[in-house]
Design a protein around this ligand. Sequence first.
Ligand code: PMV
Length: 368
Amino acid sequence: MSERDLILNIIDNNASLPYGTIAWEAPSNIALVKYWGKKPGQIPVNPSLSFSLQHCLTRTEVTFTEKRAKSKKPEIGYTFNNRPTKAFSTRIENYFHSILTEIPWVTELRLKINSYNTFPDSAGIASSASAFASLALVLAQYEYTLIEKAPDAAMFQRASHLARLGSGSAARSVYGGWASWGLAAHLPDASDEFAIPFTEVHPAFKGLNDAILIVSSEKKAVSSSKGHALMDTNPFKSMRITQAGNNHSKMLEILKNGDLMAFIELAENEAMTLHAMMMTSNPGYILLKPGSLPIIHAVRAFREKTGLPVGFTIDAGPNIHLLYFNEDKERIVPFIKNELIAFCEDSHWINDGIGQGPLLLNHTFQVE
Ligand code: PMV
């Protein structure tokens, strides 16, 4: 019997569900090959590749207790930093509503959810990846508790699948190091349904840093979901899909062979293409801010001058993620402080890097 069937059996037999608390911490991630454009059911139009961050994390704790009312709806209470938040609560409620057939057991329980971010809300860093990854890990772990199974690779795959249904990029945040999401002919285990870890990575990438230069923390004028939708009518859509597939394959090769300069150049190419897709959508739009451009120019001039493998990637926003390696830290950090911080909002930057991945923080269940 499959794990799914075992779980459904427990519910069908009206067995009492366990009450307890589970908490997981999950990282935010930054994509080097960008997911941009999707098909119904949160299916990506192209494969993507990212690494998980070390310091930008969400911790989500869920307490599973007895339901108060007899209804076929789950009872969900959501707080952020122990305070109610209207906007994200609605998103979480919609999420549960949309995955009821995936996790039918949830209608039998009352869930008290509290999330906490280790990075400031105002940093303009997308927190949906770490938020949905940490929540999905809790849900997957609850299922494993139901069938009395210890966490294994399949549990993380299940969590990745559930996270994807909340936010596409969250699928990649259930792993540490590198993760790939989306079908790719050159990566046989890849799937549109969930991300997989990519581990054949040259040791040179262990020392990868991501200095997040906060150019603006303002709310984006065009959300990622609108941006994905605008790809449907983008005249360059099919070319972008082909390019993303090729870049994904090239990036995997680069990760294997450790060519740091090729890595930097490809990362920049992907970031520029992402923003080109926004500009060439209809209507076109620009998420970069005036401060983003001098940073881009300064980074390229510094690379030209020093020959160091330092470059940037950019998410769907104005902030610049400076990619560099540990052995160059002593030259890069002064460069950031002397030349780049001037373009950051309130001189704000976050010195992050590649992280180990999610962590189980609490798993406490009442003994029968
Ligand atoms: O997961 P979403 O729907 O917020 O989309 C994220 C898209 C990018 O961050 C721009 C790229 C990516 O692959 O993470």
